[in-house]
Design a protein around this ligand. Structure first.
Ligand code: BD4
Length: 387
């Protein structure tokens, strides 16, 4: 069992502004009293009662911590230390001050495929490392791809949020886990055995979006999105991919493959001709092929809008939950926690088949739905609607 420092985080750190929040976690900047180094402190609420739905079990938190303590790679966020109090665990991470990769790219005037592959290569290097440790991230999406600093000519990628990550040996327990609908692999949608290849699918989706500003499987509802994923229903629309090279499309096609066994590995992706051109002609083609930044900016603005909508929903749910649940009336927020982003009541499904309580593991974002796709019940998080 993972060991955490049994002390108040405030004894060692000055806690600063909030920089992010999820269902059971709030991330704040912090500064070490001794030395003055800045970090990111993730305050995770512990579940109070064994049968409760609020907060994460110590086992869940310990799993994330164990994985983070094991990994050490330039493209993976570094976990510095962990504090534990009665109701809360605080993970002290390296501060990744450059923000999200997508926000950084959306501010650019122009971007060619060569520059884009520089970032993808770093993502793949982090993922190759993770997979070599038999760890699968299972939540690769734009929100979890950050930059250490923005100032360098080639900023360094950092993969964050290992809340859904699993060791391959533990994956047997993984039957009901799911990530954000747009990025999950068909085997996740269909409750089939999972492997490291689930991450490779997500990288295919991220690359598709990065090049075109369109999301390959996004439907008008989560259910439609999941059906599109299961049917591998996507195309390279000329309106979005008019400036894209054939090698870039081939890279995506080798990742968005339904059968995990036929999908490229992270190592194979790194050696793909688009990432590693074989000659000058291929390198020049990559340099003269451009990202559809106009569409990408629209995509990113919409993504930001959806994320802020989730926060508003989360607050509303929290407020409703506070007023209706008996046990809420006795709860008080502990040090370092704020009302925003923690412990909101899960969103109820619009599906006729749904009725059970939402599974807590997926509630790091505000909107969660229980849906039926191909006769199988699936739980998805994130607002998937196009509008
Ligand atoms: O581990 C982290 N280090 C960070 O700097 C960080 C981390 C996590 C888990 C979430 C974080 C951040 C972070 C840093 C900045 C500058 C802004 C927002 C941040 N968030 C929340 C949003 C992540 N997409």
């Amino acid at each position: 069992m993972a060991e955490f420092k049994q002390a108040r985080v405030e004894e060692y750190y000055e806690i600063g502004e909030e920089i992010g929040s999820g269902q059971f976690a709030v991330v704040r900047k912090c500064q070490e009293h001794h030395g003055g180094t800045e970090y990111a402190a993730k305050f995770v609420r512990k579940r109070r009662h064994a049968g409760g739905r609020r907060g994460l079990t110590r086992e869940d938190i310990a799993r994330e911590v164990d994985i983070l303590r094991e990994v050490q790679h330039p493209n993976i966020v570094y976990l510095h230390e962990v504090f534990e109090a009665k109701d809360i665990v605080v993970l002290i991470f390296e501060l990744v001050s450059g923000g999200e990769l997508f926000d950084f790219l959306a501010q650019k005037e122009s971007l060619n495929e060569q520059e884009a592959t520089g970032f993808l290569k770093q993502i793949l290097e982090g993922v190759v490392y993770l997979h070599s440790c038999s760890i699968v991230h299972l939540d690769l999406k734009p929100e979890n791809i950050m930059l250490l600093h923005r100032s360098n000519p080639q900023p360094q990628i950092k993969l964050i949020d290992f809340g859904l990550a699993r060791r391959l040996t533990d994956i047997v327990e993984f039957k009901s886990i799911c990530g954000t609908a747009e990025f999950v692999a068909p085997e996740v949608v269909n409750y089939e055995p999972l492997s490291v290849k689930a991450d490779m699918w997500s990288i295919g989706v991220i690359t598709y979006i990065l090049l075109s500003g369109a999301s390959p499987f996004l439907g008008d509802s989560n259910q439609e999105t999941l059906a599109n994923i299961s049917a591998v229903n996507y195309n390279f629309d000329e309106e979005y991919f008019g400036q894209t090279s054939d090698l870039a499309k081939s890279f995506i096609e080798r990742l968005l493959v339904k059968q995990p066994k036929k999908r490229m590995t992270a190592q194979e992706s790194l050696s793909h001709q688009w990432i590693q051109p074989r000659d000058k002609k291929e390198a020049l083609k990559r340099q003269s092929s451009f990202i559809n930044l106009e569409k990408f900016k629209v995509f990113n603005a919409r993504r930001r809008w959806k994320l802020s909508l989730r926060v508003v929903r989360l607050c509303n749910q929290l407020s409703r939950s506070y007023h209706t649940r008996h046990d809420d009336s006795t709860d008080s927020l502990t040090d370092g926690e704020t009302a925003s982003g923690v412990d909101a009541k899960p969103q109820e499904s619009k599906e006729p088949n749904a009725g059970m309580a939402m599974t807590r593991e997926f509630l790091q974002d505000a909107s969660v739905e229980r849906l039926r796709v191909n006769g199988t019940e699936v739980i998805v998080r994130g607002d998937n609607s196009r509008t």
